[in-house]
Design a protein around this ligand. Structure first.
Ligand SMILES: Cc1cc2nc3c(=O)[nH]c(=O)nc-3n(C[C@H](O)[C@H](O)[C@H](O)COP(=O)(O)O)c2cc1C
Length: 211
């Protein structure tokens, strides 16, 4: 398979420092709103990179569920590989790949579990079938067959047949407090625009980076 000629030029837009918000969260909210309004598929999907004790990185996609000055929130199983890696090393990187608008955003920061109350509030807002799936899935661990998984779902459905399904204590959110956020806009001939915000105490410093 020859992949060498698979490429395109990025011609949609440029990015200038004068167009950037002073605060990267405000800038992120502008870009996320545009991604949603332009009906990109899975606009809140982000790749999350963590590292294990040996320094081996691993990645997976999760959905961003909240963002504000305190950081970026996603939800997952606290026994999952990502959560176990975060227990040993809180350093994390997030990546939003908005191909259709020739943009990407990278976030580097530190992840912390959110409170059980906050997690339960979000959990209760989810569709019941997803709540049962969270109870049934020992995320990231081997499961012998799909049938075993579905049996576990059926057991949970029976167990929680009446009333609200409570949030499992092994499931909840992480908030990523960022210290670096980069905004990338594709440019012609690989001469892209990149701006990196770095936290300097209460303020943020902005550097244009070579493409
Ligand atoms: C579009 C998309 C969204 C996803 N969202 C989540 C999510 O919000 N939380 C989650 O735990 N897994 C989500 N997943 C599944 C993860 O990518 C991953 O398979 C799972 O969390 C286990 O990862 P780990 O074994 O590295 O911990 C999503 C997958 C895709 C493709």
């Amino acid at each position: 398979m020859n992949l060498e000629d698979l490429r395109r030029d990025y011609l949609m837009a440029g990015l200038d420092e004068k167009d950037l918000a002073a605060n990267p969260i405000a800038q992120f909210e502008i870009w996320l709103k545009q991604a949603i309004e332009l009906q990109l598929k899975d606009p809140t999907a982000m790749t999350v990179a963590t590292v294990d004790a040996s320094g081996q990185p691993s990645q997976r996609i999760v959905l961003l569920k909240h963002v504000d000055a305190a950081g970026f929130v996603f939800f997952t199983n606290y026994g999952s590989r990502k959560a176990r890696e975060l227990a040993g090393n809180q350093k994390i990187s997030l990546h939003f790949p908005w191909h259709d608008i020739e943009r990407q955003v990278k976030v580097c920061g530190v992840a912390e579990k959110i409170s059980a109350v906050e997690s339960a509030k979000y959990f209760l807002s989810r569709p019941k079938e997803s709540q049962l799936a969270a109870w049934a899935s020992h995320q990231s661990h081997p499961v012998s067959t799909r049938q075993m998984l579905m049996q576990q779902v059926a057991r949970m459905k029976e167990k929680f047949a009446h009333g609200d399904i409570p949030a499992p204590d092994f499931w909840g959110g992480f908030r990523v407090a960022p210290h670096e956020i980069e905004f990338w806009q594709g440019g012609a001939n690989r001469l892209h625009d990149r701006f990196s915000y770095r936290r300097t105490g209460e303020q943020w410093a902005i550097d244009r980076l070579a493409p």
